[in-house]
Ligand binder design. Structure first.
Ligand code: ADP
Length: 321
C-alpha cells in the first residue's frame, strides 16, 4: 500500500467539534540534489521549493538550468540523489514501484510536442486516457464531451490530429491531461511549438482551470506570457532557485495584448511524429500494459471509432442508428 499523508484539523463551533480531513496537495522539495551518475552532471543542487495546493507557478531559466530535471523528479521519473520530494501527499523517495502509476494518476502532463496518437480522432485521444486506466464507458461518454466543451473543441470531436492547428492540438492534449481528474497539471513548455496568439489562448485556459482549483506548474521561455498572466515566477539557475517572486512585476517585457477572441488561422500541422507509446502510457499512470486490455492495439491507420448515440446528440450530429 502507498502512504498518503493527510492533515487533520479540529474546528470548534458552538458546542460541537467538526473534524476536517484533507490530503496535502502540495509540492515540497527539501534540500534536493540530483547528480546524473553517467555524466557526473549535478543538475540540481540543494533545491528548496514549496508550492501550495491551487497555485499557478511559472518556472523559467536558461537551457541546462535544471528545469526538466525538476519536472522529472515531480513525475517520479527520476529520484533525487539526496533530499526529499513530496507531491500530492506522496513521499516520492519511498514510493514503491507498484504505487508509481497510482501517484502519476494524480498528475496531468502536457508536453511541448502534444504527443497525440495520430491514428485516433480527438474524442478517442481523450477517451483513451480514461480507457487505459479502466474507466467505464458510461463515465467516458459523460466526461469527454464535458472536456471538449471546456477547451472549446466540441466541433472537432471527429477530427484527427493532422487536421488541427498547433493550438487546437495542444487544447486536445490539455483536455486529455484533465481526463482523469488530476489535481495538478505539469506543463513542460506547452507553448513552445505554437504562435503567440495561440499560446495566449492555451495559458488562458490553464488560468481558468487553475481558478477552479487545479494546481498548475508550467515551464516556459516566453516572458511575455509570464508577464501577461502575472503568477508566481521561480527562476532556476545552475540547479538552484535563483529567484522566487510572487508575481511578474520584476520582469521587464511587455505583456501580450489580445483583446478579442480570434478564430484560429494559420498553420495546420501534418503530424508525422512518432509517439513514444510506453512513455505516454506512463504519463497516464499505466506502467505496464495488460495483454487483455482491448485498447492496446493502436491502429496505424486513422480510424473513426464509432461514437455512441449519446455522443452524437452531444455533438449535435446525426445519430448512428
Ligand atoms: P533544462 O530543462 O533547464 O534545460 P535539464 O534539467 O534538462 O535542464 O538539464 C540540467 C543538466 O543536467 C544539464 O547539464 C543536462 O545536460 C544534464 N542532464 C539532463 N538530463 C540528463 C541525463 N539523463 N543524463 C545526464 N545528464 C543529464
Amino acid at each position: 500500500m502507498f502512504f498518503v499523508e493527510c492533515n487533520i484539523a479540529f474546528c470548534g463551533y458552538s458546542n460541537f467539534y467538526f473534524i476536517e480531513i484533507g490530503c496535502l496537495n502540495l509540492i515540497e522539495f527539501k534540500s534536493v540534489s540530483k547528480v546524473y551518475e553517467d555524466t557526473h552532471t549535478k543538475a540540481l543542487s540543494d533545491l528548496n521549493i514549496r508550492i501550495e495546493d491551487g497555485e499557478f507557478v511559472f518556472v523559467v531559466g536558461a537551457s541546462g538550468a535544471g528545469k526538466s530535471t525538476f519536472l522529472k523528479l515531480m513525475m517520479r521519473e527520476e529520484v533525487p540523489t539526496s533530499g526529499s520530494v513530496n507531491i500530492n501527499g506522496y513521499n516520492l523517495n519511498g514510493l514503491k514501484k507498484r504505487d508509481i502509476p497510482y501517484f502519476r494518476r494524480t498528475l496531468g502532463i502536457v508536453f511541448q510536442d502534444f504527443r497525440l496518437i495520430p491514428s485516433m480522432n480527438v474524442y478517442d485521444n481523450i477517451a483513451y486516457a480514461m480507457r487505459v486506466i479502466g474507466s467505464r464507458e458510461v463515465e467516458i461518454r459523460k466526461r469527454v464531451p464535458y472536456l471538449l466543451g471546456l477547451v472549446g473543441l466540441n466541433s472537432k470531436a471527429r477530427s484527427f490530429p493532422n487536421q488541427l492547428s498547433g493550438g487546437e492540438q495542444q487544447r486536445v492534449a490539455l483536455a486529455r491531461a484533465l481526463a482523469n481528474n488530476a489535481s495538478m497539471i505539469i506543463a513542460d513548455e506547452p507553448t513552445g511549438n505554437i504562435d503567440p496568439r495561440m499560446s495566449y489562448d492555451i495559458v488562458n485556459l490553464l488560468n481558468h482551470i487553475n481558478s477552479d482549483g487545479t494546481t498548475v506548474i508550467m515551464v516556459t521561455h516566453d516572458y511575455h506570457l509570464v508577464k501577461t498572466f502575472n503568477h508566481r515566477v521561480i527562476t532556476i539557475k545552475n540547479g538552484k532557485v535563483a529567484s522566487d517572486y510572487p508575481d511578474a512585476s520584476h520582469i521587464d517585457v511587455e505583456p501580450y495584448r489580445f483583446d478579442t477572441p480570434e478564430d484560429e488561422v494559420g498553420t495546420y500541422y501534418s503530424d508525422d511524429t512518432t509517439v513514444d507509446f510506453d512513455y505516454l502510457m506512463k504519463t497516464y499512470g499505466v506502467e505496464t500494459i495488460e495483454s487483455d486490455n482491448p485498447f492496446v492495439d493502436i491502429p496505424t491507420e486513422p480510424k473513426n471509432y464509432p461514437l455512441t448515440s449519446d455522443s452524437y446528440s452531444v455533438f449535435g450530429e446525426e445519430g448512428s442508428e
